[in-house]
Design a protein around this ligand. Structure first.
Ligand SMILES: [Mg+2]
Length: 230
């Protein structure tokens, strides 16, 4: 059983913060996960800029309403859905995602939440969990899925490395220099061809219980050694 886990921004839709930077003229918001490996540092920097320039959630949502998915992204998701299953693992926020997810046909999205005050200012954010992309991959593997993952940025790396097959989609040069072991594709057509080959390939599945990360192992479950396939 396969499952495809894909990043959202930079793979299926444009970078939301770059669109906000262009619309508001706040150049500092051009900085994304493609430039800054430390997500918390990046988000605090963004929130400080929003506060300084008094940008509300509604203003950002107005920008997002104008965005369209990347060319071919909807067709690409439709194709994956016709072949296997797909989950979008994103470090975006529930308050941002809806207009774009509607245009993509509402694929399942795991992301985070923004904290908003009474004057519609973004005062913080609540991660669904730390390192959520990698932990989702490990959880799917423990459910006996073979995971194919695709992403473009530093915040995708732990997901791509944990997946059975990780694929970099149009990564920045700096990431390309650091991660030479991951295959790289430059278009949805190439990504589709790569995934298609992986789906066809009858790779012998690893024993799911053998790779349970101790940190996430269920304390009430029988140890792997007691597991007898039914
Ligand atoms: Mg991305």
């Amino acid at each position: 059983m396969n499952i495809v886990c894909l990043d959202l921004e930079g793979v299926l839709v444009p970078e939301i913060w770059i669109a906000v930077a262009e619309k508001t003229g706040i150049e500092g918001l051009m900085r994304t996960t493609r430039d800054e490996p430390d997500y918390d540092k990046l988000m605090q920097y963004r929130l400080d800029l929003l506060a300084r320039h008094k940008i509300t959630l509604a203003q950002i949502q107005d920008v997002i309403q104008t965005l369209k998915p990347l060319d071919g992204a909807k067709e690409f998701i439709d194709w994956i859905n016709s072949q296997t299953r797909i989950i979008i693992l994103s470090d975006t926020f529930e308050q941002f995602a809806a207009p774009l997810m509607a245009q993509l046909g509402w694929p399942t999205l795991f992301c985070h939440q923004l904290i908003i005050d009474s004057s519609d200012m973004i005062t913080g954010y609540k991660l669904r969990q730390q390192d959520q992309k990698r932990r989702a991959v490990i959880a799917f593997q423990n459910l006996n899925f073979r995971v194919i993952a695709g992403g473009d940025s530093y915040n995708d790396l732990s997901m791509l490395l944990a997946a059975d097959d990780g694929i970099l989609f149009r990564p920045p040069e700096s990431l390309l220099e650091e991660q030479k072991q991951l295959p790289v594709v430059e278009s949805h057509a190439e990504l589709r061809a790569t995934i298609e080959k992986l789906l066809i390939k009858k790779k012998s599945a690893k024993t799911p219980l053998s790779r349970v990360d101790e940190q996430y192992a269920c304390p009430n479950c029988s140890p792997a050694s007691n597991f007898v396939p039914g």
